[in-house]
Design a protein around this ligand. Structure first.
Ligand SMILES: [Zn+2]
Length: 497
């Protein structure tokens, strides 16, 4: 069985999760489920980044200890698993022992490229990163629009410059593939401007005594990004050199990082350089998604427009929310969130779309037992074509485009019912009736299989209603099914909210 290791970024826990976090988790989950359903062995990892200075400051404001703060918020991130129905296999917290020891081991493995020097620079706590004057916009951090702090310290540095050519070749040749290509070009131009060595520690004092100690020097804490990036291997048992680490990292050419565009440099430059230095295997692909804005504005706590994913799930149900995020937003571009669009999509795509289609087919099939013998027709050709394009889009991570194709099929089935009028042939042409019903049942069954990664619960319900559950697709043709009408799968929204 082919292995696939899928990761998301690990989240800062200075505040509870918002829908931006949910969006990334959905994408990684749907990719994981898609490949699992194809018969691959998938390991899906996520977790929390807890050693940041942001947590120390956030805890200070709240008057609680940093440990308390990270425990409370890490719990909320973990609860996304249930709330969003994420098929997560492992959840790592960077305050866990397996991680702390693994990070220190990786530091030692990179020792030949680590040196100490006195340094003065502009540091953004939000990014946990030093900026060059030239990278700032009007003197402010491009990501946070805040003024970075001037820091002067003796710190440890990592010889990133040494890996410039190697990284360039890896990315240019797609041995380390960055998707979409616009992001690949962005990384390449960053590398071509020249890589400078990076500061990978800070004084324990500046870290407020929070974080992972530099091995053999407790006056210094390891830089949060060196620490956080390591989670991808510490979770696999890098420190203990587990069989799991050997199988899922060292011997695996199918490692996928799913990240947001703001942390591309860390994943496509710093992280592979660290791995090269330590003599470890590299990730295979990095899938970079855009950001969500809220009704045209950046989502931020200070703007009071942060949308809570738990609220959305409570209000609309997790299947609807999963569908909405994947169908509504491009995989790669920024997207604009609005609740109005959830209602619109719900009504058009789910209530009047797939839900209504199921109701129509069940009502027709209630009247007569159908043998699922399929004769070739135009709809069948369309299904074969749709399946082909769907798989292609899914494998290019164009998840929204894959779903759009499936909904074209939903519409085509609706049209088929309206045009063929199976109810009219029930009395005088039972052969045609059965043929039409077989077409409809098998087609909707295939749709149910295609939506399974995105809407696993809905998929199961449809297969069950059609009498196709627990029967492999190859066996469908031998079945005789008797359908039974049911309550609408997606009742019209007005009646509920
Ligand atoms: Zn920043």
């Amino acid at each position: 069985m082919k292995k696939l290791f899928v990761t998301t970024a690990i989240d800062y826990v200075n505040a509870p999760p918002h829908i931006g976090h949910a969006f990334e988790k959905f994408q990684a989950d749907i990719i994981s489920r898609y490949y699992r359903n194809l018969g691959n062995e998938v390991l899906f990892l996520t977790g929390t980044d807890e050693n940041s200075l942001k947590n120390v400051r956030s805890a200070e404001t709240k008057g609680i200890s940093t440990k308390e703060l990270v425990d409370i918020n890490a719990q909320k991130f973990y609860q996304l698993k249930e709330a969003l129905n994420l098929s997560i296999d492992d959840f790592i917290r960077t305050t866990e022992k397996r991680h702390v020891l693994g990070v220190q081991k990786l530091w030692q493995a990179c020792q030949k490229d680590i040196y100490k020097k006195i340094y003065q620079g502009l540091y953004c706590v939000g990014c946990e990163e030093f900026y060059k004057e030239s990278e700032l916009i009007n003197g402010l951090c491009p990501e946070h629009k805040t003024k970075p702090e001037l820091v002067k310290e003796e710190n440890y540095f990592f010889r990133l410059s040494k890996y410039q050519n190697q990284l360039k070749t890896l990315i240019e040749s797609d041995k380390l593939e960055i998707i979409p290509s616009s992001r690949k070009n962005e990384v390449l131009s960053f590398i071509k401007r020249g890589l400078e060595d990076i500061c990978i520690s800070r004084s324990t004092e500046r870290a407020h005594h929070w974080g992972i100690n530099v091995p053999g020097d407790s006056s210094q804490k390891i830089w949060v990004w060196f620490d956080a990036l390591s989670n991808y291997i510490t979770a696999l048992g890098y420190n203990e050199n587990d069989k799991k680490f050997q199988e899922w990292w060292q011997g695996n050419d199918n490692i996928l990082h799913v990240i947001g565009k703001g942390i591309l440099r860390f994943h496509a430059v710093y992280w592979p350089a660290m791995l090269l230095s330590a003599g470890l295997n590299l990730p295979r692909r990095i899938f970079v998604h855009g950001y969500l804005t809220f009704e045209g504005q950046k989502m931020a706590k200070s703007l009071g427009n942060v949308v809570d994913p738990f609220d959305l799930v409570e209000k609309y149900g997790r299947e609807t929310i999963r569908y909405f995020f994947i169908r509504e937003f491009s995989s790669f571009e920024d997207g604009n969130f609005s609740e109005k669009r959830i209602k619109e999509r719900y009504n058009s795509d789910l209530a009047q779309g797939i839900g209504n289609l199921l109701s129509r087919i069940l009502a027709l099939g209630e009247q007569y037992q159908t043998s699922l013998i399929l004769k070739k027709n135009g709809l069948q050709k369309l299904i074969v074509k749709t399946e082909k394009i769907y798989h292609q889009k899914m494998q290019e991570f164009r998840l929204n485009e894959a779903l759009a194709r499936v909904w074209d099929l939903v519409n085509a089935l609706d049209k088929f019912i309206t045009e063929e009028k199976p109810w009219a042939s029930l009395k005088n042409d039972q052969e045609k009736f059965e043929k039409d019903m077989a077409t409809l049942i098998i087609s909707l069954g295939k749709i149910a299989l295609l939506i399974a990664p995105v809407m696993p619960e809905t998929s199961k319900k449809i297969l069950e209603d059609l009498g196709l559950k627990d029967v492999s697709e190859k066996e469908w043709a031998n079945l005789k099914v008797q359908l039974k009408a049911r309550e609408p799968l997606f009742p019209k929204l007005e009646s509920r909210i």
